[in-house]
Design a protein around this ligand. Structure first.
Ligand SMILES: [Zn+2]
Length: 185
């Protein structure tokens, strides 16, 4: 059903004609917006800022829509934010203090978890002829826990073998790289 309201159709027609005229004018002057912006940059920015301030919910909707269309941008922003946050944290005293305490606690826990004395460690190194138990190379040796400390392994003669730092790093907190004979003293 079509209801004709006097005057309304005229208004609609006038509006669509004006719209079409504006579009045609814009097509003839493709650089107008850009030039206008260059000439009135500050005023343009101020107007947009004011509009954004007056329509926070529209801005939010727009941003939400934009984020949905470009999830990778949102992720990138998140990554940047986290990186900045970490960089900031690293510079703070609270963070440094926490790191120091963590390290202290870890060392205490490691010490408490075993009874290996320095003299016993020397005996172990001698038993393995000063060589890495995995690759056989001589040199600087670290204590490698056969059962990792993280899994409850203790620092004691029956759980510690000498390993070069490369092999120790490669092993991490996993099972030994190859079967090893621990000291059974
Ligand atoms: Zn090695």
């Amino acid at each position: 059903m079509l209801v004709r309201v006097e005057g309304l159709q005229d208004t609609v027609d006038r509006r669509s004609r004006a719209k079409a005229a504006l579009a045609a004018w814009r097509a003839r002057h493709p650089d107008y917006d850009r030039l206008y912006y260059i000439a009135h940059r500050e005023a343009c920015i101020a107007r947009v800022t004011a509009w954004k301030k007056a329509h926070p919910e529209r801005v939010r909707d727009y941003e939400r829509q934009n984020n949905m269309q470009h999830p990778e941008r949102e992720q990138e922003r998140g990554r940047l934010h986290q990186a900045r946050r970490r960089a900031h944290l690293r510079g703070t005293i609270v963070y440094q203090e926490r790191r120091r305490i963590d390290k202290q606690v870890r060392r205490q826990r490691e010490r408490a978890a075993g009874t290996l004395r320095p003299s016993q460690w020397k005996v172990i190194i001698a038993l393995y002829r000063g060589r890495c138990v995995y690759c056989g190379r001589p040199g600087a040796l670290e204590m490698d826990h056969v059962v990792p400390v993280a899994l409850g392994g203790r620092t004691e003669m029956s759980n510690v073998v000498p390993a070069c730092s490369a092999c120790n790093m490669a092993k991490g907190s996993r099972a030994p790289l190859k079967p090893v004979q621990v000291c059974l003293l």
